[in-house]
Structure formats: structure tokens, C-alpha cells
Design a protein around this ligand. Structure first.
Ligand code: GLA
Length: 387
């Protein structure tokens, strides 16, 4: 894959790239729609990536050839304008907020390529943002501080792209460690790396249905949570602990009650999952995942019939401890925890069952938990050494 990238760079720019950046996608094990309520999340970075091969330029032009879109886009880091909805807007947004923060950005020539399915809920956009941030930092000699960079990338997505996402995706993609899940407190941003359970596989189950998050009901859900917090007289739903929830829920009705109930119980489920992981209690983790799905489906209302079909097929398949939708919802992926020795049989069974029920071809794969965004020297020898 990286070899193709380097060859493309040579074709486009008649030279070897000086660097290659690699940023992974992510899957969230539990804790969805909690991050923008300053609650808890538990994602892993996965072995699907966006790569950028690049070399610094002397001027402030960023010129990128995307292998996946087969097109060249360019912009000046000092003269940024918003244009049509397009992949390059993510790059421009990151440049804008890095320029505001650090000043003196420089340009680069780059070739971009990825294998994270777009719109599937695996954070291809956050991976793209971190890829660009890392490249801009490299060419302008800006020290790589992952948490600062994650925040700037989130700002780009909120204020440039217009998607009011939380901080989970950018944080996991910036600071993930291999073989670990990240317990993130989205209020303090205190990260805790948690060892993954033994003898279990994490299976990503792509329903092959898509819905863009921008302009979807995502931003509406966020407003409903803010409305619930206002009624409860707290700054943010995170501040409602399980203890006070007992009484205060009487103040809420309808959608506000449902949304708040999801967030507050989901936060507790994340913490309980971490405890279960520490005891390698796979059955308990599975139960919590199943319960999280019900809450996202019925209270938060962000699942779809196809995602539900996938989750049910998974829950009924061999070796499954638990399964749930993952990420923003409205289509995309589900995730399952499966006894490692049955993982391949599980994939076959769920694929067949889902296809039978929906007439759609799903994509299932066993995920590896990998490290966050990295930068390498751009020669093939180095790449081979790292992989
Ligand atoms: C999207 C957003 C995240 C998070 C999830 C839901 O992936 O980008 O910030 O809110 O949805 O958990």
C-alpha cells in the first residue's frame, strides 16, 4: 500500500517524498454520544489508515493529489477560503486553526491515500484531519503535541466543516497505543490506556449503509442534550451523576428525558466496562455492549433497521459476547466482542445472516488495536522496517 503511495508521489512530483504520515481510523467499544456531553468513551484505533506522502515546499501552497478521488486540490495556508463541500475542506480547516495557533505554516506537495471506509462511522474525517495536522507540523517544525493537535482538528471540524462533533475521534487517533483501548474522560481530557481483554476479538461489522453526519440529526441530538442540561440546571449532562439522576429525571419529558437517560446511563456503562475489562469478564462486557445498543436504539434513536439487523445477527452468532452500533449512528458500522477462537466462524455466520435479511453485502473484519498518528521518513526501506 505504502509502496503504491511512494510510486504515485514519484509520478506526480518527480522525486521521493521526504515523509509519510499514517493516521488510523477508530472504532468505539462503548460510550457513544457521551463525548460532547463531557462524559466517558472507550475507543480503539484500528488497522485501517489514511497515508500522506509529502515533501515541504518553499512557499505556502499545499498541493495534494488524492489517489482515492483521483484529483489534485490546492490551497494557500495564509489565504484560506471556504468552498464547496469537499475532502480538501478538512485540510483547509486544520490549516486555518493551526495557522491561528502557531502562525508561520509552510506548504507541501503530497499524495493521499486511505483504506478507511468513508461515512461508515470509522472516523475517516478525523484521520484525515490528523494526517494533515501532522504534515503541517512536520514541515513547519512545530512540536507534535497530540492533545493540542486533537483539539485543533476538532475545532476545524466544528467551525470549518460545520459538524458539531465531540473530541473522541481526534483524541483516539492522536494518542492511541497499540493493544490498548482508551478510557477518555471528555471533561478533563485525562486519558487512561486500558489493556484489551484476553482471548477476545473485536469485530467491525460494516452494514454498507451510509449517511453523512453533517446536516444529519447529529447536531439536533446535541442540542437536545444541551436543552436537557438547561432544564436540569447543570452546565453539562456529565454533571448529572447516577445518584441525583433518580430525582431529577422527573423534571424531564419526551425526547429530552430519553436523550439524557441515554447519556447518563451510558457514562456509567463505560466505567463498568473498564472494570470488567480489568477482570477479563468478557460476559459482563458483552452484556454492557448489548444494553448500550438498546439505549442508543430506543432512547437516543440513532440506530437504523439495517444496523439493528446486523447487531441481532451478531448477538445470535457463535462466540459472541455482545454487540452494538458504534459511532455517530444513522447507518455505518456495528462492533462485536467475540471469543477469539470463533472469530472467523462468527464473521461467516453474521455475513450470511445479514445478507439474507437485508440483501446487502456487509464487510466484516477483525480489528487490531494500533498506535495513533505517526510520521516516518519517506523511503520504502523505512516503511518496510516499521510494518
Ligand atoms: C461521531 C463524532 C464523535 C462522537 C460520536 C458518537 O463519531 O465525531 O465526536 O460524538 O459520533 O459517540
Amino acid at each position: 500500500m505504502q509502496q503504491k503511495l511512494i510510486q504515485q508521489f514519484q509520478q506526480q512530483f518527480n522525486a521521493e517524498p521526504q515523509y509519510i504520515v499514517q493516521a488510523p481510523g477508530r472504532v468505539n467499544l462503548i460510550g457513544d454520544h457521551t463525548d460532547y456531553n463531557e462524559g466517558f468513551v472507550l475507543p480503539i484505533a484500528i488497522n485501517r489508515y489514511i497515508w500522506l506522502a509529502f515533501s515541504p515546499r518553499q512557499d505556502d501552497l499545499v498541493r495534494i493529489y488524492s489517489m482515492d478521488f483521483n484529483e489534485v486540490k490546492e490551497f494557500s495556508v495564509t489565504d484560506l477560503h471556504q468552498e464547496a463541500n469537499n475532502w480538501i475542506e478538512y485540510a483547509k480547516g486544520v490549516a486555518k486553526f493551526m495557522q491561528d495557533e502557531f502562525g508561520s505554516l509552510r506548504g507541501f506537495d503530497g499524495v493521499l491515500h486511505g483504506n478507511i471506509s468513508r461515512g461508515a462511522g470509522l472516523s475517516s474525517s478525523a484521520a484525515l484531519e490528523l494526517t494533515i495536522a501532522r504534515a503541517l507540523a512536520e514541515v513547519a517544525d512545530i512540536p507534535w503535541e497530540p492533545i493540542t493537535m486533537a483539539k485543533l482538528c476538532q475545532q476545524a471540524e466544528n467551525q470549518w466543516v460545520g459538524m458539531n462533533c465531540g473530541i473522541m475521534d481526534q483524541m483516539i487517533i492522536a494518542i492511541a497505543e497499540a493493544n490498548k483501548a482508551l478510557l477518555l474522560d471528555c471533561q478533563s481530557l485525562a486519558p487512561k490506556q486500558v489493556a484489551l481483554p484476553q482471548n477476545a476479538s473485536i469485530v467491525i461489522m460494516d452494514t454498507n449503509t451510509r449517511r453523512g453526519l453533517v446536516g444529519s440529526a447529529y447536531n439536533e441530538r446535541r442540542s437536545q442534550c444541551e436543552e436537557a442540561a438547561r432544564i436540569l440546571n447543570v452546565a453539562i449532562l456529565r454533571d448529572v451523576t447516577a445518584d441525583i439522576w433518580g430525582n431529577s429525571q422527573k423534571m424531564l419529558f419526551g425526547k429530552c428525558l430519553q436523550r439524557a437517560r441515554h447519556v447518563i446511563t451510558e457514562n456509567q456503562k463505560v466505567l463498568d466496562t473498564v472494570t470488567a475489562m480489568q477482570h477479563n469478564d468478557l460476559g459482563k462486557i458483552g452484556e454492557l455492549m448489548n444494553a448500550s445498543h438498546v439505549s442508543l436504539r430506543d432512547d437516543f434513536e440513532v440506530s437504523t433497521p439495517n444496523v439493528n439487523a446486523m447487531v441481532t445477527a451478531a448477538q445470535n452468532a457463535v462466540g459472541c459476547f455482545g454487540a452494538r452500533m458504534t459511532g455517530g449512528g444513522f447507518g455505518g458500522c456495528a462492533v462485536a466482542l467475540v471469543k477469539a477462537m470463533y472469530a472467523n466462524d462468527f464473521v461467516d455466520q453474521v455475513t450470511e445472516q445479514y445478507e439474507h435479511e437485508t440483501n446487502l453485502k456487509p464487510a466484516l473484519y477483525i480489528a487490531e488495536a494500533v498506535a495513533g498518528t505517526r510520521s516516518f521518513p519517506g523511503s520504502i526501506n523505512h516503511i518496510n522496517a516499521y510494518n
